[in-house]
Design a binder for this molecule. Structure first.
Ligand code: DGT
Ligand code: CA
Ligand code: CA
Length: 575
């Protein structure tokens, strides 16, 4: 069981730091520091003492006021004074204190002399050589602070999941080769399959944590060790990603995996359910009093609070716990459910491979059909097709299909939706296709009503089948154009059209929340690679991840249908 004394002591240390930054009476500051030390050195559990009604003000350096505050922290996890101090000081003060070389005295000096309230301001001041003008600061300290601040700011960056997944796989393989390690797995947002991750969380089961940590921190890719102990380490890799590793005993593995997978909101909801049953959940196990009742596997943890195991992609406290209780968890779509891909480019526009090469690559990946959907003429930069070139491509596809067995190439186009909602090619040629994928590629700046009408009007075209990358967003970069997605979905439903979940790692458009909305609205989603080369079919897995976070089952996914079931769905929209 974790010792609560250190947590209470940390609250008092923080109070002391913040009081000192405010310039409080030094005796008052020292009283909190002394109390923190007393708690740290105390043999007995202060939590238990409070529960037993023990006389806390009998402890060295603890008067009635501090005793009351200890009880408050034990009961609530924080203290009104600390909350007030946080309100009175700039929110990033804590981040400044965490910079090596900066204690409360120096943070106060910077705050007073240069009005530095954030890491950004600290870095700028250090870069401009302004810190050395403050009493107590010299060029050496300034350089040290600059480096630490830059590292810390880099850590605030989030990384695309695709890059993080690859790195995590390598690190997990490395951990598994350490003799004592019984299991090594991913946790955190990486396991929950978020689009981006703040850091990579890894968990290992082993008896001898210290050895595992020691080996891990000496991995070739490790640039900095931010912290390391007997059970955990935080490191920064050469590529700038931060990795947190925890090592737990095998009997705690399941409990720790639940805890460190999160999300925090999901964990809190689980703990609340536990409390209702008189159980305490933490990273070491599930406890009734002092007795451990579960923890070796995740299933045992969920079962202890009356739930089936919940897929990590759902662990966001967005209704998964209620669904689990009602035994109504969705059977999430998997990559193996995809039968084909309905948005693929070739050399005929801006792709890098021939149709034949794309077919071969798709087959290798277990697909049974693909739709060739090159760009239309407006996208001249992508060498978009005019009616004549599209005619020739259609004939070419007919010839290819005549040679294929067990695989079909569908005829399609990624046609531009023009500003007025008409399509970039005439109906006479669209009518010859198996499907029409419509896309917005320009005029992202239209106001919401106009943008929405534009797309609704495009869907009115009797040949329109799938709306590609429906919001135009780019992951962590461009928010997407302003559009009423709910109206678009309702229109799609009424017209029998579909929305795409574009699996390009930079797009992942629809978002998880929008996928869920599509499902609730009863619209099928096409998980498409938008591949421009054979290798890019691998992006389908990322799209599936996103779909899982959006609660989609195979039934909700258009291209999880085998071709005979797909054809009538496509035909229904093709007038
Ligand atoms: P990220 O790294 O920003 O993409 O998001 P996460 O969810 O991976 O967050 P992270 O790395 O801070 O922590 C991983 C998991 O560990 C988190 O989802 C829940 C658990 N966890 C971490 N810190 C705390 C905490 O202070 N309290 C609780 N209850 N859980 C925590
Ligand atoms: Ca994380
Ligand atoms: Ca972490």
């Amino acid at each position: 069981m974790p010792l609560a004394n250190a947590d209470v002591a940390a609250v008092f240390e923080e109070i002391a730091d913040l009081l000192e930054i405010q310039g409080a009476n030094p005796f008052r500051v020292r009283a909190y520091r002394n109390a923190a030390r007393t708690l740290q050195e105390l043999g007995a559990s202060v939590r238990k003492m409070v529960a037993d009604g023990a006389d806390l003000d009998a402890l060295p350096g603890i008067g009635p006021d501090l005793a009351a505050k200890i009880a408050e922290v034990v009961r609530t996890g924080t203290c009104a004074l600390l909350v007030r101090l946080h309100k009175e000081l700039p929110p990033a003060i804590g981040a400044l204190l965490a910079i090596p070389g900066l204690g409360p005295k120096r943070v106060r000096a910077l705050y007073q002399a240069l009005d530095i309230r954030s890491l950004d301001q600290l870095r700028d001041a250090a870069q401009q050589g302004r810190l050395r003008g403050v009493p107590g600061f010299g060029p050496t300290l300034e350089a040290k602070i600059l480096e630490a601040t830059a590292t810390r700011l880099a850590q605030d960056r989030r990384f695309p999941i695709a890059a993080a997944l690859a790195v995590a796989d390598d690190l997990l393989a490395f951990l598994c080769r350490i003799p004592d390690v019984q299991r090594a797995v991913a946790a955190g947002s990486l396991r929950r399959l978020r689009e981006t991750v703040g850091d990579i969380d890894l968990l290992a089961a082993a008896r001898d944590g210290a050895t595992v940590i020691e080996r891990f921190t000496r991995h070739d890719d490790v640039r900095d060790v931010l912290a390391s102990g007997d059970t955990k380490a935080s490191v920064v890799l050469r590529n700038g990603m931060q990795v947190d590793l925890r090592v737990v005993a095998p009997e705690s593995f399941g409990a720790a995996w639940v805890y460190f997978t999160g999300s925090k909101a999901h964990d809190i909801a689980l703990r609340r359910l536990g409390q209702e049953r008189g159980l305490k959940l933490n990273e070491y196990g599930v406890y009734r009093g002092e007795q451990r009742v579960a923890g070796e596997t995740e299933e045992s943890v969920y079962a202890s609070i009356g739930l089936p195991w919940i897929d990590p992609a759902l662990r966001e406290d967005r209704g998964e716990i209620e669904a689990a209780r009602a035994r109504r968890l969705p059977q999430l779509v998997g990559r193996e459910d995809l039968r084909g891909d309905l948005h693929v480019h070739t050399r005929d526009s801006d792709g890098r491979a021939s149709i034949e090469d794309m077919v071969a690559a798709a087959r290798e990946r277990g697909l049974t059909y693909l739709a060739v959907t090159d760009h239309s003429r407006r996208l001249a930069i992508a060498h978009g097709l005019d009616p004549g070139r599209l005619e020739r491509q259609i004939d070419h596809i007919d010839r290819i299909n005549a040679t294929l067995r067990g695989f079909t190439v569908l005829k399609g186009i990624e046609v531009d939706i023009l500003e007025d909602g008409t399509l970039d090619l005439p109906d006479s040629i669209l009518a010859r296709l198996d499907l029409v994928v419509g896309a917005v590629h320009h005029r992202f700046d239209l106001p919401r009503a106009k943008q929405t009408d534009r797309v609704l009007r495009a869907m009115d075209n009797r040949h329109f089948t799938i709306l590609a990358h429906p919001t135009g967003r780019l992951v962590d970069d461009r928010p997407g154009y302003d559009i009423d997605l709910l109206r678009v979905m309702r229109k799609a439903r009424q017209r029998g059209c579909f929305l795409e979940l574009n699996a390009q790692p930079t797009r992942l458009d629809l978002t998880d929340v929008a996928c869920r909305m599509a499902r609730d609205e009863g619209i099928l989603v096409a998980i498409d690679s938008d591949a421009h080369s054979g290798l890019e079919f691998d992006h389908l897995a990322l799209g599936v991840n996103q779909a899982r976070r959006g609660w989609l089952t195979a039934d909700d996914v258009l291209n999880a249908r085998p071709l005979p079931a797909l054809r009538p769905l496509l035909a229904a929209t093709m007038g």
